[in-house]
Design a protein around this ligand. Structure first.
Ligand code: FE2
Length: 391
């Protein structure tokens, strides 16, 4: 445990059912001309879209719209910049899933940057981002990435020579996050499951991270408890239960805070390497590999004598998920893995092969997979084993 840490600032947060109604008033603090970034499906076809545009008209707020239907690529962002740079909006508002929030975040920065976005991407580019941006408001319609709380936008190129890389700067943390769980009520079960597993894994990875600190641990455990209380019930039984949606939205928000301040582990290492190889939703990779990766990580920790804190943390996770008070730590840690394996079955989380990952991709994917801040470094062979078991 590190009692030596920094903690990033957060967006102004408006959380609760109906909070989207506050958006026009919040926009008016900066001006009356916005760029509205949405996904191709859910929000722009919903009754909430009609309500919002009606309110924007009433408040004399002009809007232009850009749809991003997939995880944003460099050319998506550069094309958006070409369209809107000459008449800058006062505010960029992104309403959608994690990809849409990332696209809006990147556009808000690139609209006032000189070079194409690829120059500013981590491990890919050659130039530090300036931190300049158009004010940015994030409104998530899924409970998953927590991008509404973070300072990075993930930009993807899929296929040969593909990559997933972040545009990152402290100033890119959204100015405002509006988390309105009503917007998530119609999220389909499979998307709710995969997004929820992304948030779950982010919380667990940051809790177990070698860079965790007392604040991230507290927030991560609270987020995990909310997911345990809500995800399974929401996906399998009560998709329109607003309280359950609120709990998941809250957990996803916390997961963004903890990942930004403690880092992530091997599951998200896979998310980058698998996601750069084939078109696969980020949450599907995380959900598919979470149980298997934690199983091998725990096995490796047990072989090491120096990882007592991490083993205790696995036991705490077992205690939260199983309510087995008084059981020994070994039992509790193993129980957590059982819980994840059962959840994988119950939520019918997809296997990688369903998205076109093939046996002969595995060596290459494993060689590009980072362990990030996992509590123990998994070997190439162990990474291969995880992928094979979820092919
Ligand atoms: Fe994630």
């Amino acid at each position: 445990m590190k009692f030596d840490f920094s903690f990033s600032h957060l967006p102004d947060l408006h959380f609760g059912a109906g909070k989207l109604n506050h958006l026009p008033e919040i926009i008016s603090h900066w001006g009356n001309n916005i760029l509205l970034v949405t996904g191709e499906n859910s929000f722009s076809h919903s009754v909430y879209y009609e309500h919002l545009t009606s309110r924007l008209k009433t408040q004399c707020i002009l809007w232009r719209e850009l749809m991003i239907g997939h995880e944003p690529s460099p050319s998506d962002i550069d094309q958006g910049v070409q369209l809107y740079r000459d008449s800058l909006p006062d505010v960029v508002v992104a309403i959608g899933g994690g990809s849409v929030i990332d696209a809006g975040k990147a556009l808000s920065a690139m609209l006032v940057s000189e070079l194409p976005i690829v120059h500013y991407l981590e491990q890919v580019g050659d130039t530090q981002p300036t931190g300049k941006k158009v004010p940015f408001i994030a409104v998530p319609t899924t409970a998953g990435t927590g991008s509404e709380a973070t300072k990075n936008a993930v930009i993807s190129v899929v296929g040969n020579g593909g990559f997933k890389s972040s545009l990152r700067h402290d100033n890119y943390i959204p100015n405002v996050a509006i988390i309105d769980p009503e917007l998530q009520l119609t999220c389909p079960a499979s998307l709710t499951a995969c997004s929820g597993m992304d948030a779950f894994s982010q919380l667990v990875e940051s809790y177990l991270s070698t860079n965790a600190n007392p604040m991230t641990d507290t927030l991560a455990l609270d987020g995990i408890m909310h997911i345990v209380q809500s995800l399974e019930e929401l996906v399998l039984c009560q998709p329109t239960n607003l309280l359950l949606r609120s709990k998941m939205a809250y957990a996803a928000w916390l997961s963004g805070i903890t990942l930004a301040n403690a880092g992530l582990g091997t599951v998200h290492g896979f998310a980058s390497s698998v996601g750069a190889t084939t078109e696969i939703p980020h949450g599907a990779v995380c959900g598919s590999l979470m149980a298997e990766t934690n199983k091998i990580t725990l096995q490796e920790l047990k072989k090491s004598n120096e990882q007592g804190i991490s083993l205790q943390k696995y036991a705490t996770l077992g205690r939260i998920t199983g309510k087995y008070e008084g059981k020994p730590n070994d039992f509790l840690a193993e129980y957590f893995i059982d819980y994840l394996e059962q959840l994988t079955e119950k939520l019918k989380l997809p296997k990688l092969g369903q998205f076109g990952v093939k046996g002969n991709d595995i060596e290459s994917i494993a060689s590009k997979t980072s362990n990030k801040n996992n509590p123990v470094k998994l070997s190439h062979e162990q990474l291969v084993k995880i992928l094979v078991n979820r092919l």
